[in-house]
Write a protein that binds this ligand. Sequence first.
Ligand code: HEC
Length: 149
Amino acid sequence: MKVLAGAVVALSMVASIAAIAHEGATGVIKERMDGMEAIGQQIKIMVPMMKGTLPYDPEQVAKSAAIIESHSGETFTALFPEGSDEKPSEALSDIWDDWSKFTALANELNSKATDLKTVAENNGPEDDFKAALGQVMRTCKSCHSDFKE
Ligand code: HEC
């Protein structure tokens, strides 16, 4: 119950932030921002479990990992037609200069999310959960530092 309440609060907070960030975004840009927001929400749900401020909940982690999985890989890169970096997008044009690196990172996010989901579905130990989530979060950082404003 506590976990649920926390997740609901986090979700509503993120939703109001997203509404501001998305103002004016349309088409694929809005779609990929929405996907990234959905991913961000899942991270916000899991980080307290990683820190130990909420109990590790494998069922929730499996759900969150599946959502990240569904917004990564080719599903994500398909939303980046060449040159679609106009405002309010925060995408950098380097995406199309180094498309293979960008797609590799999107695929890496997909496979790390699958790893995380597998740990959770098998009711794996908390330390494995933390390690797998850490891997997912490293991928966010790698891609954002190269390809996002
Ligand atoms: C393959 C590259 C890549 C990976 C991996 C990636 N992101 Fe992103 N992310 C982007 C790009 C590019 C944008 C900017 C999109 C735009 O504004 O058009 C973005 C934007 C965002 C945004 C802002 C969305 C908005 O409302 O404008 C959030 C939040 C976000 N990412 C969270 C995450 C998290 C959390 C992870 C890891 C679990 C992650 N991202 C992994 C490339 C990536």
